[in-house]
Design a protein around this ligand. Structure first.
Ligand code: ADP
Ligand code: MG
Length: 356
């Protein structure tokens, strides 16, 4: 069971502006009360994780059910553990034959491959044989031998995935695809699209820590998302304010096992086959695209701070907040603009990096 990584905060108390305009205050209050009546919340379990929804809309209850159905539809296509998913069928036919896949699966495989290339291989959807060897797929954890990992690495190259006219083919026998690092982000984009299409202008949801905020809160303020303290998941290091944006965190503290006093986490460096040891405790991405945020949080965690900042300087589709093993919270300048750091009491320090 994974930890919930980011906690959407409850509504902050609202400040009414204006001098003594009592009537305006009353009108505002009435408007807010009516919006509060339309506030619908739900929690569910899907894609192996906890999902929470807050939708402000008169049909909120039904819309949340629609969102859940969409998530389950994607899970049934994309899960690496469900035997009848398209991904399981693709994996079973590795080295043998191309498999027909639906539009969503094609989009996701394409996105995984393209983003994997963009981050120089730090994200690799063909990593599954290695993730499996560590027991993360079936939650039967073990430490594989060096020889075992060395034999698996040649099977983990996304360049060996061939996409053609509605089919996908894994060229080598033993290859397998794992979309665990991208599916929840894609699902968050799909749910946001679905809700906006049905007239929702105020909602926030968290698909196992992949948070997406639509519009603003009922009082017009931005949605607030807590940045988890990686050393204590019940605590946080600050508040991120978002509007029509995704916030996604990846960190070794989220899923790991211990053997002989050593911790092994679930984010694998595709170059070595071992859990990434990059000096980071967590990476949080803020972006309009949940899909990209999901991939980048994993990839930049693998890269480590220095390479990740170089990557950010060359790619302007996201902002990021890093927490290092030394207890430094590092925000890109765009992230700093929507982040209130609150980690001083826990001995975290704070630094902002400029693009120029
Ligand atoms: P979570 O799925 O727990 O939210 P992430 O989004 O960081 O965490 O993705 C990690 C998951 O992605 C792992 O559980 C594994 O299935 C897969 N994975 C691990 N390392 C990589 C990698 N370097 N590239 C692509 N996928 C990865
Ligand atoms: Mg991810």
């Amino acid at each position: 069971m994974k930890w919930r990584k980011i906690i959407p905060l409850g509504l902050a108390c609202c400040l009414l502006l204006g001098g003594c305009a009592e009537q305006r205050e009353q009108a505002q209050q009435m408007l807010e009360n009516s919006k509060m009546k339309n506030r619908h919340e739900a929690t569910t379990f899907a894609m192996d994780t906890v999902m929470t929804f807050t939708v402000i809309h008169e049909d909120g209850e039904e819309l949340i059910i629609d969102a859940e159905q969409e998530i389950r539809r994607l899970e049934n296509l994309l899960s690496v553990t469900l035997e009848n998913s398209e991904i399981s069928k693709l994996n079973a036919a590795a080295g043998k034959e191309p498999v027909a896949i639906s539009n969503d699966t094609m989009i996701l495989l394409n996105a995984g491959i393209n983003l994997g290339a963009l981050v120089g291989g730090a994200f690799d959807i063909a990593i599954s044989p290695v993730v499996k060897a560590w027991g993360f797929t079936e939650e039967e954890h073990r430490v594989p031998t060096k020889e075992e990992l060395a034999a698996l690495l040649p099977l983990t190259d996304f360049e060996d995935i061939i996409l053609e006219k509605g089919t996908a083919f894994l060229q080598k026998e033993g290859m397998a695809v794992d979309l665990g690092g991208i599916t929840k982000g894609y699902a968050s984009d799909e749910v946001a699209f679905l809700l906006k299409g049905k007239g929702v202008s105020s909602a926030i949801f968290s698909l196992g820590g992949n948070v997406y905020g639509i519009g603003t809160k009922h009082d017009g303020e931005k949605w607030e998302v807590a940045l988890a303290n990686p050393l204590d998941v019940n605590d946080y290091c600050g508040i991120i304010s978002v509007e029509n944006q995704a916030v996604v965190t990846s960190g070794g503290y989220q899923r790991y096992f211990e053997e002989n006093g050593k911790k092994y986490h679930h984010i694998i460096d595709p170059k070595t086959g071992y859990p990434a040891e990059s000096g980071l405790l967590s990476v949080t991405i803020i972006s309009e695209s949940g899909t990209e945020a999901d991939v980048l949080s994993t990839a930049l965690y693998v890269m480590g701070l220095e390479k990740a900042l170089d990557f950010w300087k060359e790619n302007d589709m996201f902002e990021a907040i890093f927490i290092t093993e030394e207890g430094e919270v590092v925000a890109t300048e765009g992230a700093d603009a929507c982040f209130a750091f609150e980690g001083r009491d826990n001995d975290f320090t704070y630094r902002v990096v400029e693009r120029g």
